[in-house]
Design a protein around this ligand. Structure first.
Ligand code: GRF
Length: 207
């Protein structure tokens, strides 16, 4: 399975994926990394590991041009699975249509809480902090036309005392992301995910 990872920032999720591939947990390869920001440190992580990188600064492009640019690269690299790992932009609908059920996103909350338009990256942790919830977590899901609305693959919770700062919340949630995104990719690559009317079932008891 050939994977493309889309990033926007530090790329710690990308790093977790590369480590899971190196450890043999995920029998697949990352063939391409695309960043929406040319300064993303995740690009350095990919380069260090000899993975081809590209940058698509979507703010300078129309949605149609961005779709074409993304699809051209995904086809050129024969990509089977697209991972949004800390990618802070919306994937164009045309790309979702071509890769439906082949795009997986990690979101730093227990969807549907703190998800959808406006809830991404640090904004999520600030909203969680403001609301004072006692349980938050992370979600890995298939991407559909909506924002954070595709079928959920895995979720894991994080308990909060209420004393944590948004940064500390983010750190706790990131540790969960680094576990469940590689796990979801492993299950996908090993064909253990089954879509039952919009609910994702995991074959066997791997979870
Ligand atoms: C973090 O806010 C994470 O919760 C979200 O994207 C941001 C950065 O992730 N998924 P990464 O370190 O770039 O993978």
């Amino acid at each position: 399975v050939r994977i493309a990872v889309m990033i926007s920032g530090g790329g710690s999720n990308l790093q977790a994926l590369m480590d899971a591939i190196d450890s043999g947990q995920i029998p697949a390869e990352i063939a391409l990394v695309i960043s929406s920001d040319k300064k993303a440190y995740g690009l350095d992580r990919a380069k260090k590991r000899g993975i081809p990188v590209d940058c698509l600064p979507e703010k300078e492009m129309s949605e149609d041009l961005l779709s074409e640019e993304i699809l051209r690269r995904l086809h050129a690299f024969s990509i089977d699975l697209v991972l949004l790992a800390g990618y802070l932009k919306k994937i164009p609908e045309k790309v979702v249509k071509v890769y439906e059920e082949g795009i997986i996103n990690v979101h730093p909350s227990l969807i549907p809480a703190f998800s959808g338009k406006g809830f991404y990256g640090e904004k999520v942790h600030r909203a969680v902090h403001e609301r004072g919830v006692k349980i938050t977590g992370a979600t890995v899901h298939f991407v559909n036309e909506g924002m954070d609305e595709g079928p959920i693959i895995l979720q894991e919770s994080v308990s909060l005392t209420g004393l944590e700062t948004p940064e500390e919340i983010g750190k706790k949630v990131l540790e969960v992301e680094h576990r469940i995104l590689p796990k979801a990719v492993e299950l996908f690559v090993k064909n253990k995910l089954k879509n039952q009317q919009g609910r994702i079932l995991v074959k066997g008891d791997e979870v």
